[in-house]
Ligand binder design. Structure first.
Ligand code: CP
Length: 325
């Protein structure tokens, strides 16, 4: 028997957005198309649409963030929702309140959506299983597990530049082992039907089960970058490493850093991406990060439209629920 996907309502519409894994190509394309329809809002004199007027969205970040938290806040405001940013360090969590008690208190304030980042894998799923039926949960990154809105804004950026997914070879370079972004990108790219996904990095930073995800593994950067259309660089995630997995950052840059010289192995029109934060001189040279092939800041801009899409789609599944009761 097919297992129920907790992210979907009974009509197959997005209710929570927790992971890309298990979602259909049709749904991912719907997110991209909906984001495309929102991308013009930023050009309007009044950068707002009234879709989520009267709704309250809570940003609940238990881990640091620059891009994700602020673009979720901007996206919610552009949808006309009210936004609460909970400062976890100053909240009752620091006085020993459990996660569930915090949630139940926010729920009692008639909030409609929780956007959650946590350093423990599975937290967003845990919350989704415990919230009231009218509340949606969006995963803004959980441990090493998933960062689905980051992957979708990356897919949006790739589609803007390359139009079709099918012919593309995409290389993801760096610390794959500790990266929730890489895991979500791999699920998104394979679901959207790219020709090939390559992961490139030292043996210590590539998970043993990588090939089971449908990717090709390379340990030599130049070989792995040969003729790819898209390069996604990742930072070394020291905060999730247990023990020394690398000789030194200097040695890592020598072997895996993206420079003008290593970029030349990719196709001449290959784009360079990075989810941020970037570490200049560790995984990427400044000349490449700021160069003409870099779309790193475009990714940040697209994050707003993609997050507007995901939030409005999840809320519209509740609207249909309200309509049937
Ligand atoms: N890409 C990303 O998740 O960045 P932040 O940690 O700044 O949100």
């Amino acid at each position: 028997m097919k297992r129920h996907n907790i992210q979907l309502d009974k009509n197959g519409r997005l209710r929570h957005f927790l992971t890309i894994e298990g979602l259909s190509r049709k749904l991912l394309v719907e997110i991209l198309d909906t984001a495309e329809s929102f991308s013009g809002v930023a050009e309007q004199t009044i950068k707002k649409v009234p879709l989520l007027r009267g709704k309250t969205i809570v940003n609940l970040f238990f881990e640091s963030s620059t891009r994700t938290r602020t673009t979720f806040e901007l996206a919610a405001k552009r949808l006309s929702a009210d936004v609460l940013n909970i400062n976890v360090a100053a909240s009752a969590t620091s006085k020993g309140e459990s996660l569930l008690d915090t949630l139940h208190n926010l729920q009692a304030m008639h909030c409609d959506m929780f956007v959650v980042r946590h350093d423990r894998s599975g937290t967003a799923h845990f919350i989704a299983r415990h919230v009231a039926p009218h509340i949606s949960v969006i995963n803004a990154g959980d441990g090493r597990h998933a960062h689905p809105t980051q992957a979708m804004l990356d897919m949006f950026t790739i589609r803007r530049h390359k139009k079709e997914f099918a012919p593309l070879s995409v290389a993801i370079v760096g610390d794959i082992l500790h990266s929730r972004v890489a895991r979500s990108q791999i699920h998104a790219l394979t679901t959207l039907g790219v020709h090939e996904v390559r992961v490139i990095g030292p043996e210590t930073l590539i998970p043993a089960e990588a090939e089971a995800l449908g990717v090709h593994v390379y340990h030599d950067l130049r070989e792995g970058l040969r003729d790819v259309d898209v390069i996604i660089m990742l930072r070394l995630q020291h905060e999730r490493m247990r023990g020394a997995l690398l000789p030194s950052e200097h040695e890592y840059f020598r072997r895996y850093g993206l420079t003008g010289e290593t970029l030349a192995y990719a196709k001449p029109d290959a784009i360079v991406m990075h989810p941020g934060p970037i570490n200049r001189g560790v995984e990427i040279d400044s000349a490449v990060a700021d160069g003409p092939r870099s779309v790193i800041l475009e990714q940040v801009t697209h994050g707003i439209a993609v997050r507007m899409a995901v939030m409005s789609m999840a809320m519209s599944s509740h609207a249909s629920l309200e309509g049937t009761t």
